[in-house]
Design a protein. Structure first.
Length: 255
């Protein structure tokens, strides 16, 4: 049986892949990755992302959202620019969230933008794709005002206890990528406990490259390496990981 994987989060329109997007997609498909979801970042990158997904229907699927690292005092204007694409068919509102890793200068604005986008996701009936760094406490507090959402925690870095709290507040999956292959990664312990039915695979290409290619540019063709590590942690076959995580992604994102 040919295995089919879905990369639920990769940035093929990133400048790291400029001029070789088609080759990237070909390598991914040769590795069994038949679908790749493209998160939105901000107005600087949005047109390139939608142009790329438009050229590869049925293989690349876009999201729509304002990335927390792009939120500042002008975030409402960025939302207006985002809404210029609201007539496009997208699979999720993302990548949205909170990121305090580099500081909290715009923490208040990030929370406001996130509240707005979670409301918008509810209004349009779409799941959300969440980017979260060093802000789990604030995120869980915000979710209490948006109970019942469906979504994916991209590049999940929280604890198993936080995963359980997420399930109490909504219908959540965790995105597992190359970090799960790193030595001493706490993610491996979490993945061992989280039901496979709650896991989707991702790369976050060009970032977070799995072992043995860590330190190089990441891409979707590395998804089988991530799947193999998940299979090892769960005590199942790679084929089962492929079947279940692909079904999870299809169900969550409606593809």
């Amino acid at each position: 049986m040919d295995m089919m994987f879905i990369d639920t989060h990769c940035h093929i329109s990133d400048e790291a892949f400029a001029g070789e997007e088609d080759a990237y997609i070909s390598r991914a498909m040769e590795a069994g990755v038949g679908i790749m979801l493209q998160p939105d970042v901000d107005s600087r990158e949005r047109k390139a992302m939608f142009d790329l997904t438009g050229r590869h229907p049925g293989v690349l699927y876009p999201m729509l959202g304002l990335y927390p690292g792009s939120v500042d005092g002008n975030w409402k204007k960025e939302i207006e620019r985002m809404l210029e694409y609201s007539d496009r068919s997208v699979v999720a509102i993302g990548e949205i969230g909170l990121d305090y890793y580099y500081g909290k200068e715009f923490a208040k604005e990030q929370r406001e933008a996130l509240h707005w986008q979670l409301d918008y996701a509810s209004q349009v009936g779409l799941p959300v794709n969440i980017h979260l760094r060093d802000a789990m406490g604030d995120f869980l507090e915000i979710l209490k005002d948006h109970k019942g959402l469906r979504g994916n925690m991209h590049a999940y870095s929280g604890s198993y206890e936080s995963f359980l709290e997420l399930q109490r507040l909504g219908d959540w999956r965790i995105g597992v990528g190359g970090v799960v292959t790193f030595k001493k990664a706490s993610l491996a312990e979490v993945v061992a406990k989280v039901p496979l039915e709650r896991i989707v695979l991702e790369t976050d290409a060009p970032y977070l490259t799995p072992v043995p290619f860590r330190g190089r540019r990441n891409e979707s063709s590395h998804i089988p390496l991530i799947a193999a590590k998940v299979a090892e942690l769960k005590g199942v076959t790679v084929e089962e990981v492929a079947v279940v995580t692909t079904a999870n992604a299809r169900n969550l994102f409606g593809i």
